[in-house]
Design a protein. Structure first.
Length: 371
């Protein structure tokens, strides 16, 4: 699905030199590389505070701890996402409220959010799924009306833009009260191990979170709140510093590949391909995900795998049907779209190194099966 080897070969000299600096200075934890990366990412995103941490799941959990959410508080999130999103809500003994998604952009449904709000609702967690920015303008308006926090799960959409009706654009992850991201190797900005970060424009919240990631310490050996140990290590920060200047070109390479895929599938009766909106960067294609209608999606997958083409189903089971998250409050009729998507979606290879020949082989193979 991804080709991290070819990508590394092109940037080997800078990445190796950056890692070597860490080895030479032996500042493995909280070294200058981490601070440098934090500053660089703040500038790139145009956000006041980036707080690096150990991974994207921790980032979400710490963001929620920072907001002071309490057991029993209801947190609304999408039924169609990676489990990490709902996992941390449950771990903190908050009450996850899963809601349906939109059929076209596959992100949390605005109507479903409105219907799910109760007096106990405290926060909404939109996920910018597969790299496409959720409708933040509508979500922020609902949050304002009901006095709710918005925590953006931006693990899949770093670099994407959210467009507002007045024509302005802001980077995904800089609009809600706080956001999280992941630098897992296959993410759009990936390191060579685990990594993550929290973003916020709120000075007080940033201060709280900086203590939480470091055992609740604001002054050495004074533990004011219950914290965690969650750090980005210096070697990963070195890799990220080398890769951040390339993020826009990486996202463009993904968009170009997506454009070629979608052109090949245009108008096919069995394929709903993602649309690519020119000059707005609202979709940075962490995944390139098709919907297959009136055809055997699983047989298509077998066909592609047999030809040596990696492909995957993200995600095969809605979260509301997962054993860990079943809840008597959920009714199947509340999730028509997720229940449909899990049967229709298939993700094709998507990364920065796809060439025309590979794309042609992949699209020809899909079309050969669907005729
Ligand atoms: C990858 C991912 C995470 C978790 O990130 P890790 O760094 O693997 O912990 C959370 N949410 C979403 C939507 C993701 O895709």
């Amino acid at each position: 699905m991804v080709d991290l080897k070819s990508q590394y070969e092109k940037i080997k000299a800078t990445v190796d030199a950056s890692i070597q600096e860490v080895l030479d200075t032996t500042t493995y934890i909280n070294g200058p590389k981490v601070h440098e990366f934090q500053k660089n990412l703040e500038e790139y995103l145009d956000v006041k505070h980036v707080i690096p941490c150990a991974n994207g799941t921790d980032a979400l959990q710490i963001a929620m701890m920072g907001l002071g959410l309490k057991p029993g508080d209801e947190v609304i999130t999408a039924d169609f996402t990676f489990a990490a999103t709902v996992e941390v809500i449950a771990l903190l003994q908050l009450t996850p409220v899963l809601v349906d998604v939109d059929l076209v952009n596959m992100n949390i449904s605005i109507d479903a959010i409105k219907k799910a709000i109760t007096p106990k609702t405290k926060a909404i967690v939109p996920v910018h799924l597969f790299g496409r920015a959720a409708n933040m303008e509508a979500i922020m308006a609902i949050a304002k009306e009901h006095n709710l926090y918005v925590i953006e799960d931006n693990a899949q959409a770093i670099g994407a833009n959210c467009k507002f009706s007045d024509g302005t654009k802001k980077k995904a992850g800089t609009i809600g009260h706080v956001s999280s991201t992941s630098f897992f190797p296959s993410k759009n900005l990936g390191c060579y191990g685990d990594g993550g970060a929290i973003f916020t424009n709120d000075d007080a919240l940033a201060h709280t979170i900086r203590g939480i990631v470091n055992h609740g310490m604001y002054v050495r050996y004074h533990h004011d709140v219950v914290g965690v140990n969650s750090r980005l290590d210096s070697i990963q920060a070195a890799v990220l510093n080398a890769k951040l200047p390339l993020l826009d070109s990486y996202n463009e390479a993904r968009q170009n590949a997506a454009r070629k895929y979608t052109a090949a599938f245009e108008g096919h009766k069995n394929i709903i391909a993602p649309t690519i909106c020119d000059n707005c960067d609202c979709h940075v294609f962490h995944q390139y995900t098709l919907r297959i209608i009136d055809a055997d999606r699983d047989a298509l997958m077998e066909h592609l795998l047999a030809k040596g083409i990696p492909c995957a189903i993200y995600y095969p089971i809605p979260l509301h049907s997962q054993k860990a998250y079943v809840d008597s409050r959920y009714k199947e009729e509340d999730f028509p779209v997720t229940n449909q998507l899990v049967k229709e979606v298939i993700s094709l290879p998507m990364h920065t190194e796809l060439d025309d020949e590979q794309i042609k082989f992949i699209t020809d193979s899909v079309l050969e099966f669907l005729k």
